[in-house]
Design a protein around this ligand. Structure first.
Ligand SMILES: Cc1cc2nc3c(=O)[nH]c(=O)nc-3n(C[C@H](O)[C@H](O)[C@H](O)COP(=O)(O)OP(=O)(O)OC[C@H]3O[C@@H](n4cnc5c(N)ncnc54)[C@H](O)[C@@H]3O)c2cc1C
Length: 419
């Protein structure tokens, strides 16, 4: 049986089959004999990045390895596991991942392959924690790659183009507690004039706006605190007021689907994501886009979007503004620059969304915006991508070397990384 579509339902997969190998040897056989194959994670991407006209292979039924090394401060984990399935074992060892995305439902390999990120000044994307990977390459052989090796920086955010990752070794930090407070209605002027102060006020901070109201609807402040004895969070902050009950970023959706707020202190893994594993994250009926600009352009880019908001805001269920630290991974949207990411959760009307996305892309073009590989975008052309990603041609050469006969190539790669 093939997987019919992505989680969002906006991409109908063309793959003929979905394999669920239960051993690495079985996975190697599948890859070695398939003319065209591609790894599929938890299907949470909104672009066609995960599709193939060949066969899909999932690593979710490979042995569920979670090997925490306290001395090295690493976790080696099965690639198909979801973040929500690895965090407790890491926490029980007194350790933590440096950050998490908004949802714990995504696979570790699928998230790292697209440069998935959370928020926070100085916090790199989730791929920034990868110290090493094991993958099945196009010929069915196993390859190991470690940080420091020549190909490493091109191999982590690799869009599934180099091989099927079976395990990843992730850097860990000492476990920590987080207090999460949701503030409502931060006046827009307060937000933009104090952008750096607001976004750096906690370990991870997200601003939510529908681009309609004069105020930023919600600011989620995730502060690193002592597990016991944290002071209560202040009631007002930059003109915003602490919410009096649990909130969901999307108006009208239940706050109980989200991680605990109202200043309740809890472990890192139960506060850094916005959404709880046991519920559908976000709205469930949506399309998403996201664009990264240089953090120094954050306010100018915010203003540029604000100026054209009437041409896209009617499609917005919610927008989110986050910060991501620079890294050295060639295809990471935060490559070489501390970034601010403008995210859009759109109502699921494909044509209207395409129009709205073009408005956003046009407004952000002067800021050399890089799109999230796993979300919907309509620009840039390959030549523009080459300008945006200084190591673009190095990545193409790396992919051609790893996969000379194009076993992992799909329409997405052909469109954005043509021969
Ligand atoms: C509700 C929702 C919230 C989201 N929140 C965030 C967020 O907070 N931050 C953010 O940055 N993004 C976010 N995203 C986007 C999401 O994190 C990315 O699209 C991510 O890539 C999805 O991971 P996945 O496991 O579903 O991968 P898939 O979508 O299945 O695949 C993505 C890519 O990974 C590759 N891949 C998957 N498994 C492997 C493997 N074993 N080996 C090699 N390549 C592999 C695929 O081939 C494909 O190219 C969100 C998406 C949704 C639906």
């Amino acid at each position: 049986m093939p997987a019919e579509s992505n989680w969002g339902g906006n991409v109908a997969f063309t793959a003929r089959r979905l394999h669920h190998p239960e051993s690495v040897a079985e996975l190697q056989e599948i890859v070695a004999r398939a003319p065209r194959v591609r790894a599929l994670g938890t299907r949470h991407s909104f672009s066609t990045v995960a599709d193939t006209d060949g066969e899909h292979v999932s690593t979710s039924r490979l042995p569920a390895v979670i090997d925490v090394d306290r001395t090295e401060r690493t976790a080696t984990v099965g690639s198909g596991l979801r973040f929500g399935e690895i965090v407790r074992a890491i926490d029980e060892a007194g350790l933590a991942l440096h950050n998490l995305g908004s949802l714990p439902h995504i696979s570790v390999a699928g998230a790292c392959a697209t440069g998935t990120h959370g928020s926070g000044t100085g916090r790199r994307s989730l791929a920034g924690a990868v110290r090493g990977m094991t993958m099945v390459t196009a010929d069915g052989e196993l390859a190991e790659i470690r940080r420091g090796e020549a190909d490493f920086d091109g191999s982590v955010v690799a869009l599934g183009a180099l091989g099927v990752v079976t395990r990843l070794t992730l850097d860990l930090v000492p476990a920590f507690a987080v207090r999460q407070t949701v503030y409502e209605d931060m006046p827009r002027e307060e937000f933009r004039e104090n952008f750096d102060a607001v976004m750096s006020a906690g370990y991870s901070v997200s601003g939510f706006t529908r681009w309609r109201e004069r105020a930023v609807d919600q600011v989620w402040l995730k502060e690193r605190v002592e597990a016991d004895g944290a002071e209560p969070a202040p009631r007002t902050w930059f003109g915003a007021t602490a919410a009096d009950g649990p909130r969901h970023p999307i108006p009208g959706m239940p706050g109980t689907h989200c991680t605990p707020q109202q200043g309740l202190v809890g472990p890192w893994y139960a506060r850094l994501p916005h959404f709880r594993l046991e519920f559908t994250p976000s709205s469930g009926e949506e399309i998403q886009s996201e664009f990264f600009v240089d953090r120094r352009d954050a306010v100018a880019a915010f203003d540029a979007l604000w100026q054209v908001r009437e041409r896209f805001s009617s499609e917005v269920l919610i927008g989110e503004i986050r910060t991501v630290a620079a890294d050295s991974l060639w295809l990471s949207p935060a490559y070489g620059r501390d970034s601010v990411a403008f995210h859009f959760t759109w109502a699921p009307d494909a044509e209207a969304v395409a129009r709205a996305v073009r408005v956003v892309e046009e407004a952000l073009r002067p800021f050399s915006a890089r799109p999230h590989w796993g979300k919907l975008f309509t620009a840039p052309s390959p030549d523009a991508l080459r300008e945006l990603y200084p190591r673009y041609d190095d990545f193409r050469a790396l992919a051609a070397r790893f996969d000379p006969s194009g076993v992992f190539r799909n329409a997405f790669m052909r469109e954005h990384f043509p021969d």
